[in-house]
Ligand binder design. Structure first.
Ligand code: ADP
Length: 190
């Protein structure tokens, strides 16, 4: 069973590569960003709570995010494995995730980061904003907030997973297919 965390800054290509890996290895893809956006669109209770944060580029509070994640896992069990995209994003979430995984006897295989420089990310996100209309891709200010949130709250997870011997990274620069191949080459070693 393959249980992967895809890690990286906003715009690093997590969603694209997670979709590829989901199809290749028949995994359940859980994207916390997608779940929030779907709930915001359909104006569910979760959506209304998340909207204020997500649309400004801030992280949604941990309690809301963790219970949503646990619910998504339980809805998809049993499965061949999971690919988590955009979760965990804080140390608190990572600790809670460990508990949820062990409760369901799931073992984390690895955390894989897509490595991309900030300058490249800003361009990618602004371009994506023109096409997708995503509220949080619409201004340099919001992008700046997301990169800051990442630096403050998410980056410490690199050390966290390094200590568990579960951290790997590949370059997220280049053609989509090229990056997918880098991921497959790495995953074959697990
Ligand atoms: P990106 O990585 O491009 O910022 P995502 O689609 O992963 O996009 O996330 C969009 C927004 O959803 C985040 O800025 C945040 O507000 C919210 N979000 C997603 N995942 C989490 C999480 N694990 N914890 C808190 N908020 C989250």
């Amino acid at each position: 069973m393959l249980n992967l965390i895809l890690f990286g800054k906003p715009g690093s290509g997590k969603g694209t590569q997670a979709t590829f890996l989901k199809n290749k290895y028949d995994l359940v893809h859980i994207s916390t960003g997608d779940v929030f956006r779907k709930n915001i669109k359909t104006e569910t209770e979760l959506g209304l709570k998340a909207k204020v944060y997500a649309e400004k580029g801030e992280l949604v509070p941990d309690e809301i995010t963790v219970s949503m994640l646990e619910n998504e896992i339980e809805l998809n069990l049993p499965s061949n494995g999971f690919i988590f995209d955009g979760f965990p994003r804080t140390i608190y979430q990572a600790n809670e995730m460990n508990k949820i995984l062990s409760k369901h006897e799931l073992l984390l295989t690895a955390t894989v980061a897509l490595d991309v420089s900030d300058n490249l990310l800003k361009d990618r996100l602004l371009k994506r904003g023109e096409i997708s209309g995503r509220a949080d891709d619409q201004s340099e200010d919001k992008i700046h907030t997301r990169l800051n949130e990442y630096r403050k709250k998410t980056e410490p997870l690199i050390q966290y997973y390094q200590k568990m011997n579960k951290f790997y990274s590949v370059s997220g620069v280049g053609d989509i297919d090229e990056i997918s191949s880098r991921l497959v080459d790495l995953i074959q070693k697990f």
